[in-house]
Write a protein that binds this ligand. Structure first.
Ligand SMILES: [Zn+2]
Length: 201
């Protein structure tokens, strides 16, 4: 049986999301088809506003509200501008902010190096990080990429690029689940990893 195009299109679109195979995509699509109108409408509106209502901070590349050039963390005078924590994703910023134990600023790479997926240094916000350090005022870079193969490779690469610039480079302490995501680490583990960070190199 051929599915009508609107159904097939949604199944195809949902299948492109991480962790969602064709089966789940199909289940979600038929769920939405039978769900109350306002659910599908809310979802459609949220998806439309997701891009139009957000922007990237031009300093740290974290997500901020549309119309802002600089995010609240970069703008805040209460945050230590001499310490910059480098993370893979905006969700990692949220995880670290939830610990309430970090007072520096951030730099969001938007991914990690992965030769298998064809992600190289130019695909990440690495050039912008180096420029930021060259501008001066940064004493310490905390490499808080995920404790995974890609996260470790990214930290190693950044350490090599950053070390000629004469700043402290530290890496989150071990103790985070290997292969896991920073964003799923519990707050205490993350706090311990942050306070036990070690000099690299
Ligand atoms: Zn920012």
């Amino acid at each position: 049986m051929l599915l009508p195009a609107p159904i097939q299109n949604l199944i195809t679109a949902l299948s492109r999301l991480p962790g969602i195979g064709p089966k789940t995509a199909s289940r979600l699509t038929f769920f939405l088809l039978h769900a109350p109108d306002d659910l599908a409408q809310d979802l459609a509106n949220s998806l439309t506003n997701l891009k139009s209502g957000t922007a990237y901070c031009q300093v740290c590349f974290n997500i901020t509200a549309a119309g802002r050039d600089i995010c609240e963390i970069c703008e805040s005078q209460e945050r230590d501008s001499g310490t910059v924590c480098v993370v893979e994703e905006p969700s990692d910023v949220l995880a670290l902010e939830r610990t309430a134990g970090y007072e520096g600023r951030y730099h969001v790479l938007h991914g990690a190096l992965s030769p298998i997926e064809g992600i190289g240094p130019d695909d990440l916000r690495i050039r912008e990080l180096l420029e930021r350090v060259r501008l001066g005022g940064i004493r310490e870079i905390i490499l808080a990429t995920n404790p995974s193969l890609e996260g470790d490779a990214t930290a190693m690469y950044l350490q090599q690029r950053l070390s000629p610039l004469g700043i402290h480079i530290t890496r989150l302490a071990r103790g985070l689940p290997v292969g896991g995501d920073l964003e799923y680490a519990d707050q205490n583990t993350l706090l311990r990893a942050l306070s036990g960070r070690q000099e690299m190199g």
